[in-house]
Design a protein. Structure first.
Length: 166
């Protein structure tokens, strides 16, 4: 059992001389920065993606490894789709930056004014931005119809506009 499994873990004060605030930023392209410098070490960036969650009390984004936690800044979305698996007519499987895979819930697929796709992930708790290659991977599921729609099996589901209030 990790300390993070205890219900009071996120209410404990920071260690002496430390703060729960950080200068870590997750940008719109899924890259982490610390003190304005990019996190270059892939293993650390991968770990940071796995550590993303939200604080149980205030809902703000945090990074936690189960032993400590800190707030950090998310410029757009906390999660990123890096690729897709599968083939039509089955629904696509999202490959996330944290290494997890999960089926796309087609009803959550949205597109913003610049054409970038987004979907809900982690049981609907977070929004994920499709990175360029993942968005290209979506092509076999797209219908030729207008407006933009996703074909899953025999169903054709409209892709709605992204609501920035999510």
């Amino acid at each position: 059992m990790k300390p993070g499994d205890h219900p009071e873990f996120f209410r404990l004060p920071p260690p002496p001389g430390a703060s729960r605030e950080s200068t870590i930023v997750l940008d719109v392209n899924g890259r982490f920065f610390h003190d304005g410098e990019p996190v270059e070490k892939k293993s650390l960036a991968d770990a940071l993606h796995r550590w993303i969650t939200s604080h149980p009390d205030d809902g703000k984004f945090i990074l936690t490894n189960g032993y400590d936690w800190t707030y950090f800044t998310v410029e757009d979305t906390p999660c990123f789709v890096t690729g897709l698996k599968g083939a039509p007519p089955a629904p696509p499987i999202l490959v996330l930056a944290d290494g997890n895979e999960e089926p796309l819930d087609p009803s959550t697929l949205r597109v913003d004014e610049s054409g970038v796709c987004f979907a809900s992930v982690r049981d609907g708790r977070f929004e994920a931005r499709f990175l360029r290659h993942a968005q290209t991977d979506l092509a076999p599921w797209l219908s030729d119809s207008e407006p933009l729609a996703l074909r899953v099996g025999e169903a054709v589901l409209s892709i709605g506009p992204r609501d920035r209030r999510q």
